[in-house]
Design a protein around this ligand. Structure first.
Ligand code: NDP
Length: 787
């Protein structure tokens, strides 16, 4: 018996290599350099520029990569544009069959794809075989079912989608992008990352086998310059990007004047929180999956371990034991845990950040064994004694490097968790479900895993908060990102000035700003005059806000947004607001007649519709709810609709009362705090409204009103780091462009509809719910169950 135990202890892993013959033969047969896939056919790139693609596990060259030029991208986009007309009109069932066919082909070639991905990217075959490729097939199956549903919801395809993907999950990212896009009737031009293009090229062969109509899927290989050609092409209607926050911000700026739709899936520095009552052995396995899965090159990697102080020593000891047993090596060895880093530049980046961590005083620990030296390998690495603000605790290392910090209380855990500009994901480990479900909503992240990590499914949306980007991939939210709901428009009628209605305001009354539930004089000490619609009759002077007023306002709004009212509270308050507004019918009608020059009967209609609108959002405060998904695991995923935070809304003078109550009530119903800047000429309607807010139990700071001259607060609001969302309904294209560019400072959720003559009187559910949709973001909380 003792011999058996002795032998068992000394047992060594033997190599378990996966056969790569077929894949290497396929790579060998590729044209040199590779051809690109345009309009259903292979063609040589017009550019002479090539790059060498390597196998990161042995540093040997794999093939020569074509860097597609502007002319290549142009051909691909035009092919996609042409294909869009017929593809978008195809019967949903027909499109469904194509997606199903792709799903089946992926399954039929699953082993080939797994090996190809491992060779190209360096990730272990265990992961490509068991995670990446099955999920790719799942995405095509799932989206095959959305072709019909998206039509039912009245959503229309957008057009040609430019898709730019990174190297960490090459084929999986392709499927996240292509499957929903073509399911909804769009056509695509996709650029894989320069380090990992092979599975995308093989996928193009599958598209040919599946007889995907010409031009529906186009694949252009290349580097960042090819990506830029896609971003800048004027026939592209939407860019779907996954990659670094830095490049994401550039894309937002470059497309700011174009009305292109965007989804941005960017970086992360996700917390992995271990409470003292957690099942520590499971949590250690969780850490392995969180940060050593795919060599830590995962946007949602749990790269910041936050462990409760009372168990720190014990937990770190267990973790080090486990790290000692991890195996780094040939990705095609089935027993390997950690494969190769994708490229020399990435390895250099990891080394640089690790050295910086050491310099900053953090304590480094690595297992005693050493990595193979024939490829781009890096050992699992743990940093303790890390300060929350140090570089390695803040920036995305994108490698197998874990930083560890401690906390004492749950509230300290959530504030440490939120202490980075990112907000992609979080893991919470505790045996106390009450604690887990209390902490999950407090973490500003698009995905929260309870007692689990790195779980993905096509039915559950994935995407970030804050600087981790916007838009979701997967689930119904993902479908919405590939469809468009145009806002209703109408011809703007020129007002025929009516006579000024005298005495609409008491003499000597100067409307002030409305901040934190109080009327406040502007810091500037300036006012501006407001005239009747005829442009001549002076009505009164209105307070003119400046930067200081914006700062004060944001400070108040960001404090109160943390104190959430219940949905029911918000609903009651809005009903009460409508009731109080009704009492002021005469004031508002008089103001509308004077400021807009409309007839009394029209003003009355607008007023009554405004009451109705507030009622609608009062009714929706407790009905615009999330979903519960059933992914194929033992567990559920709760898709919660959460508020954006502090939203700044810049209105125009067009339909001033209806636009004001629509934006204000929708954003309030969904739990945001707001800074509203009414149109300059019609700002008196907003200042009149704060009198009503005062009497309607709206807690101070939820709705704030800053009056100012046209556009003068735009820059301060759009650059402010503590404003989370910005809506612009003004007419100026250049202001809109500036707002979008400025919004990249902290990646605000911006909404600048391209329709400049919105029909605010439209009361269709689709139109009204768009405001609810724009004022929320979805957080997916994964709750596995069972022992
Ligand atoms: P990038 O953001 O640079 O690249 C992502 C994709 O965008 C690639 O296809 C890239 O092309 C392309 N691209 C690069 N520059 C431009 C541009 N100006 N316009 C349009 N497209 C462009 O990420 P990297 O791959 O270089 O990785 C750098 C860092 O980004 C990593 O260390 C990591 O921190 C982070 N990252 C985050 C990911 C995530 O999922 N959130 C994924 C990958 C990286 P090409 O690769 O051919 O240069």
């Amino acid at each position: 018996m003792s011999k058996i135990i002795k032998d068992f202890k000394n047992i060594k892993y033997g190599p378990a290599p996966e056969d790569n013959t077929e894949v290497l033969e396929w790579i060998k047969k590729l044209p040199n350099p590779n051809h690109i896939f345009i309009n259903g056919d292979w063609r040589r790139s017009a550019s002479r520029k090539i790059l060498h693609s390597i196998n990161p596990s042995n540093n040997k060259k794999l093939f020569n990569l074509s860097v597609s030029s502007k002319a290549d991208v142009d051909k691909a986009v035009k092919a996609a544009k042409k294909a869009f007309f017929s593809w978008s009109k195809k019967e949903p069932f027909e499109r469904s069959k194509y997606l199903y066919s792709l799903a089946r082909l992926i399954q039929k070639h699953s082993r080939f794809l797994s090996v190809l991905e491992s060779i190209d990217n360096g990730k272990p075959i265990r992961e490509t075989r068991d995670i990446d490729i099955p999920l790719v097939a799942r995405h095509f199956y799932y989206h095959a079912g959305w072709t019909r549903n998206s039509i039912h919801n009245n959503q229309k395809p957008i057009g040609v989608i430019g898709q730019i993907i990174p190297w960490n999950f090459p084929l999986l990212m392709l499927s996240w992008k292509i499957a929903p896009a073509i399911a909804c009737g769009n056509t695509v031009v996709l650029k894989p990352a320069e380090f990992t293009s092979l599975t995308a090229l093989f996928f193009a062969e599958l598209c040919q086998k599946a007889n995907i109509p010409q031009g529906v899927v186009n694949i252009v290989t290349g580097d960042g310059t090819t990506g830029q050609h896609i971003v800048n092409h004027n026939l592209i209607d939407k860019i779907a990007f996954t990659g670094s926050t830095e490049v994401g911000k550039k894309i937002i700026s470059n497309t700011a004047s174009s009305n292109k739709k965007l989804t941005m899936e960017l970086g992360g520095k996700s917390p992995f929180i271990v409470f003292e009552d957690a099942d520590l052995d499971s949590a250690v396995e969780g850490v392995v999956d969180a940060i050593w899965f795919n060599q830590g090159q995962v946007c949602c990697a749990g790269s910041r371990l936050l462990v409760q102080e009372s168990i720190e020593k014990k937990f770190i000891k267990k973790l080090k034991n486990r790290m000692e047993k991890l195996r780094v090596g040939d990705p095609l060895d089935k027993s390997v845990d950690i494969g190769a880093i994708v490229a020399p530049v990435q390895l250099k980046k990891i080394n640089k950040l690790v050295n910086q961590g050491k310099k900053d005083g953090a304590q480094l620990w690595q297992p005693s064994w050493s990595c193979p030296t024939n490829g781009l390998f890096y050992p699992p690495t743990l940093f303790t004694n890390v300060t929350p603000s140090s570089l390695i605790a803040q920036v995305e290392i994108f490698g197998p490097v874990l930083t560890s910090l401690t906390f004492r209380t749950p509230s300290e855990a959530s504030s440490l968790a939120n202490n980075t500009p990112y907000g992609l994901a979080a893991s919470i480990w505790t045996e106390n479900i009450n604690l887990a479900l209390d902490v999950a909503p407090k973490i500003k992240a698009g995905v929260v895993w309870i007692n689990s990590t790195n779980l993905f499914d096509a039915a559950c949306g994935f995407g970030g908060y804050k600087e981790s980007g916007f838009g979701r991939e997967g689930g119904e939210e993902g479908i919405r990102a590939y469809t468009v709901n145009s806002l209703p428009t109408r011809k703007i009628l020129k007002a025929k000035p009516q006579k000024l209605i005298k005495n609409i305001l008491n003499i000597d009354r100067t409307p002030k700003l409305y901040l934190g539930g109080k009327q406040k004089r502007p810091d500037s000490g300036y006012s501006y005059p407001v005239y009747a619609a005829n442009g001549k009759d002076f009505i009164c002077d209105v307070a003119r806000s400046n930067r200081k007023d914006v700062r004060d306002c944001v400070e108040i709004a960001s404090k109160v947004v943390e104190k959430q009212l219940t949905n029911f509270n918000r609903s009651q308050i809005l009903y009460y607001l409508a009731e109080n507004l009704e009492q002021r019918e005469k004031n508002f009608i008089d103001l509308l007649v004077s400021l807009r020059g409309v007839s009394k009967s029209l003003a009355r209609n607008v007023f009554l519709q405004s009451i109705e609108r507030i009622f609608y959002y009062a009714s929706m405060a407790d009905k615009f709810e999330g979903q519960v998904h059933n992914p194929p695991i033992r567990g559920l995923t709760m898709a919660l609709k959460e508020n954006i935070g502090v939203i700044a809304t810049i209105l125009s003078d067009h339909d001033p009362l209806l636009s004001l109550v629509t934006c204000m009530s929708a954003a309030f119903a969904t739990g945001n705090t707001q800074i509203i800047v009414p149109g300059q000429k019609t700002s008196l309607l907003a200042t009149e409204l704060y009198q009503v807010l005062d009497t309607s139990d709206i807690p101070g700071g939820y709705i704030n009103i800053l009056t100012a001259k046209e556009s003068e607060l735009n820059s301060t609001l759009s650059k402010h780091e503590n404003i989370d969302g910005i809506w612009y309904f003004g007419d100026s294209q250049s202001s809109q462009t500036d707002i979008i560019k400025n919004s990249t400072s902290n990646l605000k959720r911006y909404w600048c509809p391209k329709e400049k003559n919105i029909d605010w009187t439209n009361s269709s559910k689709v139109f009204l719910d768009e405001f609810l949709y724009q004022s929320t973001q979805v957080k997916n909380i994964w709750i596995p169950y069972g022992e």
